[in-house]
Design a protein. Structure first.
Length: 94
């Protein structure tokens, strides 16, 4: 038996959308994630970006922030990425 696999076009990110209580400007959040619309969907790179986003929340004093696993909605060769976020309170240090 021979199994032939034909690779199709790569899945590209069409949109990255934060979901929930973000607490910081969306553009800062998207810069931290380091992936953008048009990029090839690379789950390893996306997870690294989400770690960077978690670090941004800590730097911005959202110590209870939660960044969940992304929801990927693929359609053909494009994917919409939804990122669940619960920023929680921003702590003031004095």
């Amino acid at each position: 038996m021979t199994l032939v696999v034909e690779e199709g076009p790569p899945t590209r990110i069409s949109e990255i959308e934060p979901q929930g209580e973000v607490g910081i400007p969306a553009y800062e959040m998207l810069e931290a994630v380091q992936v953008k619309p048009g990029d090839v969907l690379d789950m390893t790179r996306l997870e690294h970006g989400l770690e960077e986003l978690r670090a941004l929340y800590r730097r911005e004093r959202f110590f209870n922030a939660s960044v969940g696993a992304p929801e990927i909605h693929a359609s053909g060769a494009s994917a919409r990425v939804l990122v669940p976020v619960a920023a929680g309170p921003r702590y003031e240090l004095s």
